[in-house]
Design a protein around this ligand. Sequence first.
Ligand code: 5GP
Length: 186
Amino acid sequence: MRNLLIVLSGPSGVGKGTIVGELKKRGNYSLSVSCTTRAPRECEKDGEAYFFITREKFEEMLKNGGFLEYSEHFGNYYGTPAAFVKEKLKYGDVLLEIDVDGALQVKRSYPSALLIMIAPPSEEELIKRLKGRGSEEEDKIRERLKRASYELSKKEEYDYTVINDDLGEAVGRVERIIKDRKEKGI
Ligand code: 5GP
């Protein structure tokens, strides 16, 4: 069975990270570590959540075709290192947790990639979750909501949309989608 490149996207606050964490506990998935030019948040270690690199280094890698996809958010670059993903795909399925612009770039270069959109049950619930994080100011929340509606507007271009209402059910659905795709061998 061929190893799959699985792309998970969805608005900030939707619970993608938690779903990815659960999938990793349950299966033989490796998670791609992206490069970013944003500063590390407290408790983020280099090489875990991201590889934290300078703008100069990012632009140099970009020029040399080092990224499978990339995009810019809130003034910072984010990209998936191509060599890293290629190497990991030799050993198992690889999960990418990236935004819609990046996901659609991946689909162009890897048409067999499986694209899954994680959506909130409603906009109200997303606002509640973003506020519940407690780390975001009002204008940041507004900015993230605007971005959220853009991300969700692209869901038709994804293979599947999974609503994260109940975490266990959402993880189960994602697992079934992956299993099904692997069984069909597409
Ligand atoms: P944050 O700064 O909150 O960790 O991430 C901001 C946004 O960047 C999120 O929407 C996240 O999905 C996206 N992102 C993280 N890594 C990548 C990547 O490698 N490529 C792309 N295109 N987006 C990414």
